[in-house]
Design a protein around this ligand. Sequence first.
Ligand code: SAM
Ligand code: SF4
Length: 331
Amino acid sequence: MKQQLIDNYERVHTNLRISVTDVCNFRCIYCMPEDMEFMPDSALMTYDEILRFTRIFVRLGVNKIRITGGEPLVRPSLPHLIEQLGQIDALKDISLTTNGIGLITQAQALYDAGLRRINVSLDTLNEEKFEQMTRRKVLSRVLKGLKAAHDCGFNPIKVNAVAMRGFTDDEIVDLATFARQNSYQLRFIEFMPLDADDIWGRNMFIPGKEIIDKISNVYPLERMHLNGDAKSDTAQRYRFADNGTELGVIPSVSEPFCESCNRIRLTADGKFRTCLFSITETDLLTPLRDGADDETIEELIIDAVAKKEAGHKINAADFIKPERNMSRIGG
Ligand code: SAM
Ligand code: SF4
């Protein structure tokens, strides 16, 4: 039988997030400080190393990959990597998460390389708030990037908005209106304690339920009932009853979905993580660079998955924040 990545709780892992860089051209307050230090280039996996790891993961049952970062579009020649990933037969799905600014110039090349699914992070439609959130005054360029992706034919385009108390509250419905008008699938993500600046607090995230209640007061919503692969989706998914556009909330803090988690992660420096909130990780890149064969890397991966944590402990008294912030993990 084909080898699968199964943990002690019988979760089967088919979904891998690969970070291609920790570098970013934004400084979102919920992610990193203004004076963030980045890894040296020599610490980052090369594209050949990423491809080799991906082939190993695919042999172990992974069939979905998301490219992320840092900001993946600051890594040179990303379309080339996408094209090569697309040639790996058993990979059903390749997607990308980006802050969107690079799409103005790169959307077409990414599309031509075979990418079809894209998530663009956009937390606000208000210029001042955008600048406060990202520490960059570039909202109009992100909107142009979104449009460029839309014009190329990307489908679906998902828009990720981190929901922060005091920032997002009065924009929930505006973001929903923007998304439905443009047929973007909006996903509100509860702010998680993965910021480098320690600004997270229990009063700083907006629970998914509150978001859905607010939107459904204006636009009637239908809950989607999920089957098969979609059951392990992190989002609670809804549809606008009148136009069918999807929207969702990712309630990682208020309603954790760890028991159905099928996600694993590879950081830009080649460390394997079984949970966003892992406090341990497995170095795959050093053994690979030291000449380890594929079977040795496979064993390291299988052992790490077997020890995957039951779930995160954000809501427990003994919660320990991971040393890496979101941009160094790969969100
Ligand atoms: N730079 C790209 C971007 O922003 O889309 C990709 C990497 S970013 C780390 C991936 C996702 O993580 C983004 O949607 C971002 O909003 C989200 N994120 C970052 N820090 C977060 C936090 N503390 N809580 C919840 N989501 C967070
Ligand atoms: Fe950069 Fe994405 Fe982190 Fe914002 S969330 S600072 S865009 S890596």
